[in-house]
Design a protein around this ligand. Structure first.
Ligand SMILES: [Fe+2]
Ligand SMILES: [Fe+2]
Length: 254
């Protein structure tokens, strides 16, 4: 989707001379004057700090190419060799169900997260890097490349009521009978010499927030599930982006 920046006339304001009375809790009043230019939201979007990445047309491959050291080439080869990533859906019905749905989902997440990063640099810079965001979002649902297959005409004829009219993919059972999704992704990464950082991998394990498998152990909640969101800002960002993209932008069929 193309985003056109609306052209608006700037409003000029300057702080008034009125000094708030101490202890009265009065809000500072601003009045019109020519000395200070207030920036409107559309103008702010035009400034580099606030350019909205959510509307960027970068492909997943381009985001990976833009990683800084140590792994851009490894990630690009990993992506090229797993071309299903650009084909598969992110969900059979609930969100991003179309061909290329998962790539769209991840692009939205990267864009949304980088927007937050630019909007609130004081919160996130020096704590989380741009690479962390791209890698956390890229890997968080990677295992879906092994999780879905396209519905065939025969499948539909055999059981017409089973699938939604527009549905293209269905879950493929048996892909994780002996190892779980995230272990499989980590093993694949290791074949390319890629070692995600603890913060990055934690954001993958807990991208689903309270719904993440890793929250639950045999005795109830796991210890890491209790602390992860307080200790790993990247997990918070990836989870927020996952929710925003899947639940608000995801266009569910049901
Ligand atoms: Fe997910
Ligand atoms: Fe997701």
């Amino acid at each position: 989707m193309e985003y056109a920046v609306p052209q608006l006339t700037p409003t000029n304001v300057t702080p008034s001379q009125e000094t708030p009375q101490p202890g009265v809790g009065k809000l500072k009043v601003y009045e019109s004057a020519a000395s200070v230019a207030a920036v409107t939201i559309p103008q702010a979007i035009e400034t580099p700090r606030l350019r909205r990445q959510r509307y960027s047309k970068n492909t997943i491959r381009q985001w990976l190419e833009s990683l800084s050291d140590p792994y851009p080439e490894q990630y690009v080869s990993f992506h090229d060799d797993n071309s299903e990533f650009d084909h598969v859906c992110a969900g059979a019905k609930h969100h991003h169900w179309w061909r290329g749905g998962m790539a769209d989902h991840v692009k939205e997440m990267i864009g949304y997260s980088l927007d937050l990063y630019d909007l609130y640099p004081g919160d996130l810079k020096n704590i989380v890097t741009r690479d962390d965001i791209i890698i956390g979002c890229y890997l968080h649902d990677f295992a879906k490349i092994w999780m879905y297959e396209e519905i065939t005409e025969e499948d539909r004829e055999r059981d017409p009521k089973r699938y939604h009219n527009q549905q293209i993919f269905r879950p493929l059972y048996g892909a994780f009978d002996i190892i779980d999704e995230e272990s499989k992704t980590l093993l694949e990464l290791s074949r390319y010499g890629i070692v995600p950082s603890e913060m990055q991998w934690s954001s993958v394990l807990f991208a689903e927030g309270g719904y993440s498998d890793r929250n639950f152990g045999i005795n109830g909640l796991t210890r890491v599930g209790n602390t992860v969101m307080a200790r790993n800002p990247l997990a918070v960002i990836v989870h927020m982006a996952d929710m925003y993209s899947s639940q608000i932008l995801g266009r569910s069929l049901v």
